[in-house]
Design a protein around this ligand. Structure first.
Ligand code: SF4
Length: 336
């Protein structure tokens, strides 16, 4: 897919004291993107949905001052951010509720300081291996062309004795990662789903085929790989389509004999998310009927609606069976 180009960019004045910030600015200037130097972002749409659309085309180049990283179970020990929000418009995205009415994208330029914080966390946990997730509040590949920061991170982890990086993406801009010394310390996971789910709910992301081509390139470059199937959604014909998904994946990866991991996440929503999703996507086909779900207490202090036990067990067993049938080299890390 084409690289994301914002409509407008705000730049915090501090950004221009960093090389990455200067380079990003020069890159955007070449593209003739309007640039405003400012300590805040102003988006004034006439309604919430206009604010949302405008925000998803707005970038704020700034710095990340976080010193204490948050835990990130079950996928890693900690999460860190090279950016926040993303250019995608996935209707179900859990970031809908965490990034406010105007989820503009922050892109952090102080990469060496971010890496220092990561190193502190590695040191504290030494001699154990410490894992870091880079895609909890963003898609780290979607905005990589603006800074090259993820490439720098992969190189950092490549040299790290005790640190490991995990990347999750729905994008395919991976060429800059193919010829670097990663030492298999970075694992790429591609988020995949049935054609129905991708085409109906995951707007402005790479297509299934593009993600698969990217996954094959990354596998070929020697990185450990995995797939996240999320959100798993029950709809008419879901079993047939998830079966097709896994069998297609098997055909595409038939020459790949290293371990492939799978993470399985069923669809869930909170009451706040439902309200926001209906404002932003009034015609959404997402099934968010509370009557058909059961409540589960979430780690961030909110109840979420998941599928009832019987259905989620059916989902778990069915997808597990498909993975086991299609892949000798698969490990299912979790179902949640
Ligand atoms: S690509 Fe990922 S982070 Fe971006 S909207 Fe979709 S689910 Fe959310």
């Amino acid at each position: 897919m084409k690289l994301f180009i914002p409509d407008i960019v705000y730049i915090h004045p501090k950004v221009l004291t960093y090389d990455v910030g200067k380079k990003a600015k020069a890159y955007l200037e070449k593209l003739n993107i309007p640039i405003i130097e400012s300590r805040k972002v102003e988006i004034e749409g006439t309604c919430p949905s206009e604010n949302y659309v405008k925000a998803k085309k707005t970038i704020y180049l700034t710095v990340n001052n976080q010193k204490k990283l948050r835990p990130c179970k079950p996928s890693a020990d900690y999460q860190f951010a090279l950016s926040s929000s993303c250019p995608g418009h996935c209707e179900y995205c859990y970031l809908q509720t965490t990034q406010g009415e105007k989820p503009f994208m922050k892109v952090f330029v102080n990469i060496e300081e971010i890496l220092e914080v990561i190193q502190d966390h590695i040191n504290k946990n030494s001699p154990n291996i410490t894992t870091f997730e880079s895609g909890s509040i963003t898609d780290p590949i979607a905005l990589e062309h603006l800074t090259g920061n993820l490439k720098r991170c992969i190189e950092f982890f490549g040299e790290s004795q005790k640190g490991r990086l995990r990347i999750i993406t729905k994008y395919n801009n991976v060429n800059s990662f193919l010829a670097i010394n990663h030492h298999q310390h970075t694992k790429f996971r591609f988020s995949i789903n049935t054609k129905y789910v991708i085409n109906t709910f995951e707007h402005n992301t790479a297509s299934f085929e593009e993600r698969l081509i990217a996954a094959k390139k990354i596998a070929h470059a020697g990185y450990p790989i995995g797939f996240i199937i999320a959100p798993i959604i029950i709809y008419d014909g879901w079993k047939k389509e998830y079966k097709e998904l896994l069998s297609h994946l098997k055909t595409q990866l038939k020459d790949y004999h290293e371990e492939i991991t799978f993470e399985l996440i069923q669809h869930r929503f909170t009451a706040t998310a439902k309200e926001l999703i209906l404002t932003r996507f009034p015609k959404t086909k997402l099934d968010m009927d509370e009557e058909k779900r059961q409540l589960k207490w979430g780690p961030y202090g909110k109840f979420k609606y998941i599928y009832p036990k019987e259905k989620s067990m059916d989902m778990k067993n069915y997808i597990t069976e498909l993975i086991d049938k299609n892949f000798q080299n698969a490990t299912i890390e979790y179902f949640t």
